[in-house]
Design a protein around this ligand. Structure first.
Ligand code: HEM
Length: 452
């Protein structure tokens, strides 16, 4: 209980310096057996080698189910495998190239919004990063920009759901579910019902048209899901409710994580003007004043390393919760059947024995052999094994485009006296926002706008 109360603002508050040094930790309370696994071989055992013995924990599924139903994020076994196989074509490498023009349109809309902001004042960049990433995933799923009253209602209801989620998830994780206020549970369910209703309105006409065999339709993620079939005889497509589950999950997983990482990347860049200047030079050298192409993204090595280092220091998914299906030996202990087994990228990627200078922002570290070794053993912002993130290539491309577009046009500066406070919510966010000043670069530094 003490542990829960010390962590109730954020699970990050429940961590101690020794958490960043241990190989494996454990907590036992009435109704709770929890193991925290940091050592790379044990992490691989849980997420890769014996992944089927450590299915996704029911605890978190509980809080997310009203919104995500039986989505791929929470299912296990044959049901999960069927969903993964049916969703894979939407994320194949070639689809990422298809997604690039969609991302570029959303980023152009972001740059226009930023131009409307008063110059020289501090802005909470988390707000804009949430907007642009939500717009990108919305356009990628539905082929329409996130505009109009319905889209804004979905966006607002998602924000309410996200704010409430930790109040449901933390008590579940700490085995004190009875501490969830009925009022919070009700508000979370109401937000979930509202979001699903609005998504159904968008999906229904496309679903009916597809079933009626009408027209080819756009080549977006929804189209890929609509035409996916499983391996049963005869092959079955997603039912309508299954489709809504997957779309709701994708909208959430597809923007909440990227928005968190991009916000921290901008903050870290603002705090490191020398790295920001080098990145600006790189972007101007590669892109000049051209409209960016998908092939440009790979050419910006420092930009990649800035994002890679941000994902190390601020992994959006701070912990992954599994359940031990049966009693299992681990180091000198036996993990009980039904126990929670938690793998935390936040701890592993800042681990004192797994990384040199673990708390420092150093995008150049990946040039040395020692860090490359750490990268292989102790770096998992996208998870690993069969449940590895399906959207990793999508997220990396989107991040390279957003960061390079912003750094090309703006110089970012911290707002004096404002220090963001990281908190573990659905993702790692800041309790007090991330305020930065965006200075438009003077014309000689700033590339001219090219025609699309
Ligand atoms: C920086 C951005 C992102 C990060 C750090 C991230 C991280 C993760 C992690 C750690 C997992 C595994 C969770 C676990 O094993 O418990 C995951 C799963 C998943 N992610 Fe991402 N994600 C990001 C962006 C995206 C995007 C943009 C999409 C979709 C467009 C996406 C779709 C998914 C899906 C579908 C799964 C479930 C895979 C499964 O269970 O089989 N993610 N993500």
């Amino acid at each position: 209980m003490l542990l829960f109360f010390s962590a109730r603002r954020s699970w990050l508050d429940g961590l101690y310096e020794r958490s960043y040094r241990m190989q494996m930790g454990e907590v036992h309370l009435p109704g709770l057996d929890l193991y925290m696994v940091n050592q790379p071989n044990l992490v691989k055992q849980v997420l890769v080698g014996q992944a089927t013995d450590f299915p996704k924990s029911e605890l978190l599924g509980d809080a997310l189910r009203p919104l995500l139903g039986d989505s791929i994020f929470t299912t296990n076994g044959a049901q999960w495998q069927r969903q993964r196989d049916m969703m894979a074509p939407a994320f194949a490498q070639t689809r990422t190239t298809v997604a690039f023009p969609v991302m570029r349109d959303a980023v152009a809309a972001m740059l226009e919004r930023l131009q409307q902001l008063p110059a020289g004042a501090g802005h909470d960049v988390e707000v804009e990063m949430t907007h642009v990433t939500a717009d990108i995933i919305f356009r990628s799923i539905f082929s329409v920009p996130m505009e109009g009253p319905d889209a804004h209602q979905i966006f607002a209801a998602f924000a309410r759901f996200q704010a409430l989620a930790p109040r449901l998830m933390l008590p579940a994780l700490f085995g004190v579910r009875w501490l969830v206020l009925p009022w919070d549970r009700w508000r979370s369910r109401r937000a979930a019902t509202e979001i699903r209703g609005l998504l159904e309105k968008l999906i229904r006409p496309r679903f009916d048209a597809h079933r009626a065999g009408q027209g080819a339709g756009p080549t977006d993620i929804l189209a890929s899901f609509l035409s996916a079939t499983d391996t049963s005889t005869p092959p079955a497509p997603f039912r309508f409710d299954e489709l809504v589950d997957q779309v709701a999950m994708l909208f959430l997983a597809g923007h909440e994580t990227s928005a968190s990482a991009l916000t921290w990347a901008l903050y870290l860049l603002a705090k490191a003007p020398d790295i920001q200047e080098r990145m600006h030079q790189e972007v101007v050298t590669v892109l000049g004043d051209r409209v960016p192409e998908a092939s440009d993204m790979k050419a910006m090595e420092l930009t990649w390393n800035v994002f890679r280092e941000t994902l190390r220091l601020f992994p959006p998914v701070g912990f992954m919760a599994r359940e031990s299906a049966q009693a299992c030996p681990m180091r000198d202990k036996t993990v009980k059947a039904g126990a929670s087994v938690v793998v935390s990228p936040w701890l592993i990627q800042r681990h004192r024995e797994l990384w040199d200078n673990p708390d420092a922002f150093d995008p150049d570290r990946y040039a040395n052999d020692q860090s490359r070794e750490s990268l292989r053993n102790a770096y998992l912002p996208f998870g690993m094994g069969p449940r590895v993130c399906m959207g990793a290539a999508f997220a990396l491309q989107e991040a390279a485009l957003i960061l390079s577009s912003l750094v090309r046009e703006y110089r970012l500066e911290p707002v004096p006296g404002h220090v963001p406070q990281p908190v573990g919510r659905l993702t790692i966010r800041s309790a007090n926002g991330v305020e930065l000043t965006l200075h438009r670069r003077i014309p000689s530094e700033q590339p001219a706008k090219a025609a699309p």
